[in-house]
Write a protein that binds this ligand. Structure first.
Ligand code: FES
Length: 116
C-alpha cells in the first residue's frame, strides 16, 4: 500500500531553504539521503548514533510534540553536537508521522563528527 507522503523543510544557517518529500515512517535522515540533499557531512554514521552530524533544531512546539523522547544514547550524542539547543534532536532518530508533515527544521552551521 502507498505510504502517505510528507514534506519537510530544512533551513540552513545561510538562510537557504530546502523542501523535500518523504513518507510516513521515514526518518529525517532517510529523507536527506533519499533526496540527496546537500547538507555537508550530514548523517555520517548512517543512523547508528555514533556521530551527531545529523543534529537538527526544531521549533519548540514541534519538539514538544515529537512522539519519541530522546534515548540516553541520543542525549549522549547530542552533548557532542555544536550549537546544541533546548530543542535539538538527532535527525536519524526522528521518524516522520502525518502530524509532522510540513515542519521546518534548522540545520546548524557546523557539525561535529563525534567519531573523528
Ligand atoms: Fe550519526 Fe544520527 S546519523 S547520530
Amino acid at each position: 500500500s502507498e505510504k502517505q507522503e510528507v514534506n519537510i523543510t530544512f533551513v540552513k544557517a545561510s538562510g537557504e531553504r530546502i523542501t523535500a518529500k518523504g513518507k510516513v515512517g521515514d526518518t529525517i535522515l532517510d529523507i536527506v539521503v533519499n533526496n540527496e540533499i546537500d547538507l555537508d557531512g550530514y548523517g555520517a554514521c548512517e543512523g547508528t548514533l555514533t556521530c551527531s552530524t545529523c543534529h537538527l533544531i526544531f521549533p519548540k512546539d514541534i519538539y514538544d510534540s515529537l512522539p519519541d523522547k530522546p534515548t540516553d544514547e541520543e542525549l549522549d550524542m547530542l552533548d557532542l553536537a555544536y550549537e546544541l539547543t533546548d530543542t535539538s534532536r538527532l535527525g536519524c532518530q526522528i521518524v516522520m508521522t502525518k502530524e509532522l508533515d510540513g515542519i521546518e527544521v534548522r540545520v546548524p552551521s557546523t557539525i561535529n563528527d563525534a567519531r573523528a
